[in-house]
Write a protein that binds this ligand. Sequence first.
Ligand code: IPD
Ligand code: CA
Length: 289
Amino acid sequence: MPGGLLRRRSATAGVPVSEPAPADLVALASAAAQEAGELLVARHGRVAVAATKSSPTDVVTEMDHAAEQLIRDRLLAARPTDAILGEEGGQTGAGPVRWIVDPLDGTVNYLYGLPGWGVSVAAEVGGVVVAGAVCVPLQHSTFTATLGGGAWLESAWEGSPRRLACNRGVVLSDALVATGFGYSSGQRAEQGHVVAAVLPRVRDIRRAGAAAVDLCSVAAGRVDAYYEQGTHYWDIAAGALIAREAGAMTGGLRGDEAGEAMTLAADPALFAQLRDLLASLDADRLPAG
Ligand code: IPD
Ligand code: CA
């Protein structure tokens, strides 16, 4: 993994200033995500809905807030001038590094005591995600990546971190495809039509319930591809870097970046096949209203 300080010139004074090394950022992201994961494990499956957000099915628990606060405290203790965009707390600060935090991705899994949830922390420098960590506590796993440094899995079942590579050479008809659904019923109706058309053309579909974990599953070869309309930046910032560093391509359907209209991840050849199918279904058309 890369180390050392990157150097750039200050725009104002012409004086060299130090940019943080991705290796340092990923270490901090991973530590904060794991500590939040431990906090969440202590209450797993034993919390109540605290509020709803975009729709009655879009729930938030007190633990989403507690985990985000812990991550914010840890990040700012180490790097007090950084900015943070968190799912629950929004954007704060305006420093050279912006952290993108989903304190509990897969809240509904967490609420029901299902194990497929994670904590996602990414670091952006100059608008580019350079480091990311997704901790999946009940899989005893932490996925990490740095830009250009590969994607890695640290797991309680494996002695040392393992470099990840997504599955290669899988044709669409043999592909195990993960997807997810939004929280609004109008969007779900559209997504239902799309998945009904995709299902007969692929090996099978998985709806595991956490976008960040789905992207890590692409990286680890546990699924061949992932697509979803309606993801937020905090759902995908770390996971998309991890998938890319494992050799996957990420993006939307029309040459655009992965985002709310569509997030698609797979090895480049499968990406192209699934992109063409999804584009023919207008799967990135955002529902009216
Ligand atoms: C959700 C999960 C889910 C995906 C939704 C996300 P949350 O995040 O990642 O799998 O389908 O699009 O909003 O609400 O559990 O943080
Ligand atoms: Ca999320």
